[in-house]
Write a protein that binds this ligand. Sequence first.
Ligand code: SER
Length: 312
Amino acid sequence: MILVIGAGGQVGQELVENLRKIKGADKVLATDIREIKDNEGPFELLNALDEERLKELVEKYKVTEIYHLAALLSANAEKQVKFAWELNMDSLFYVLDLAKEGVIKKVFWPSSIAVFGPNTPRQNTPQHTVTDPTTVYGISKLAGERWCEYYAKNYDVDVRSIRYPGLIGYKSMPGGGTTDYAVDIYHQALEKGEYECFLKEDTYLPMMYMEDAIRATIELMEAPKENIKVRSSYNLGGISFSPKEISAAIQIQMPNFKITYAPDFRQKIAESWPQSIEDTAAQKDWNWKMKYDLEKMSTDMLKQLKIIKGLN
Ligand code: SER
């Protein structure tokens, strides 16, 4: 049985759906701190900080593989510093320790472009480079990466990870990140024809369409163990664009769409992160290839959201 922790979140919802398609609905146990609507298979409530409950569920469902997605994202974490550190770190240890004991055979844990900081090269950021994060979220992800590698090297734990860029999908909403604008902008474009962006027009960040991100996650987890050379977390390049460029991509289909800018505290976070990422390690080790560029993603996002919102 595969356990997904944080199954109600932006990545969790889509990952559960896809894993169930591949493995069978009854082979994937979705868990979250809140009830999930439209759940198509086994579900249990789980607070990622409740180690006893986690152990209980692992035993009850004979779990052998965990995708641990519960975390506080960059913007939210700045508002609850201590809690973010506790949630993002302690819950990871609970999962890694189960793997150390041998109960769990494989773990996925997401890291982020937030592990990089102001002294990291911002263009084509390499796999191994300066990591001096300035956010609580980034600090917790960097520490988590070090612990993943430590458990892999010292206890032979098969933990795999991706430094996700900002993720953009139509099925689920992000919660409390700096890259959230790139999802919200499509919703507002269709609902209001305009969007007020909390980042400046020329703020470039690495992003990725959800379909690519989910495929990357599953491909990484399915790759032979000996191919996985990076045990901290893999860079994934994705698409690099600015608010101005994403709005231009929307305007191709919606010429009247307007964007305005009112940067807030998230601007500083964005400016501490890379603008584009180099991902040859992922390409070489597990054959990673991205499919969606900005134009293809925008076309699909608007098409799918129109259907969901009944605008056709
Ligand atoms: N999308 C995340 C955030 O903005 C980055 O990993 O916090």
